[in-house]
Design a protein around this ligand. Sequence first.
Ligand SMILES: [Zn+2]
Length: 325
Amino acid sequence: MLTWNDIVKFATDGNPDPDFEVRKSEDEWRKQLAPEQFHVTRQHGTERPFSSGMCELFEPGKYACVCCDALLFDAGEKFDSGTGWPSFTQPAKENAISYHGDNTMGMTRIETLCNRCEAHLGHVFPDGPAPGGLRYCINAVALKKVEEIDAVATFGGGCYWCTEAFFRSVKGVSAVRSGFSDGEAANPTYKEVCTGKTGYAEVIQINYDPKVVSYGELLRIHMGTHDPTTLNAQGADIGTQYRSIILYRSDQERQIAEDLLEEISDTFDSKIVTVVRNFNKFYPAPEEHDDYYNRNPNQGYCQAVISPKIAKFRRTFQYLLSPDK
Ligand SMILES: [Zn+2]
């Protein structure tokens, strides 16, 4: 639980890193957002108090950033402050929000931003309810209520152009992003990762509905669609960035991964060299890499390498494919 001391420390000494960053130009945000959303989130505006029905909304669920969908607050932490702005006592996660000193309007306050996309949300004050004592005073237009929360899985199995294309057609999968994980220095570039010297692996990050497809089923697809026995290589792609890797987020996921590797070990002629590690951080690849296969189906690499792999994948995992993809 965060306390006022933690908040002051973040605002003074620096904020925790977000899971990943979303950066867009002012023009791009303007296109994406309604005028009032743009004014509040990108221009540090404030909505009129009591202007939103969200203040009186106490149904269960979560509140996400209207700009980038980052989860910011749980409805369980929402309370009626009487101020006319939706109020919360704690963020959804310690690194969901960033804190900055704000000396405008003749006051010294602490401004709250979405830590992922730097959307202005509102301010935080030390006069909230016990035990944390915090009051996050948030503009309703900066938030959107979300009922169902996707789970997230991160795997690496060689070139992410291939692995990403498989998962996009799986039922219950709502988003797949290519990127880098399990490396050392912050903010690696694609070029740096290509050298094989950064320690990063090319991975995909999958958002999925666990009620439709399980973590274990996604793992089965992952293990069935790359060669987990070739160390730091997939086919002609050679380098540590192509290592076979499973990045778990809980002990339960680690157990599922270890059990599956054990179960399938006999089906391979050579030893499985898949690395099973605790998820740390994910950096999305440059946007032009996203959905590379579907946007470039006639490119040589896609034709030669990905298309045959996809055909095999569709035969093997027919039962897990989404009928409309
Ligand atoms: Zn955001």
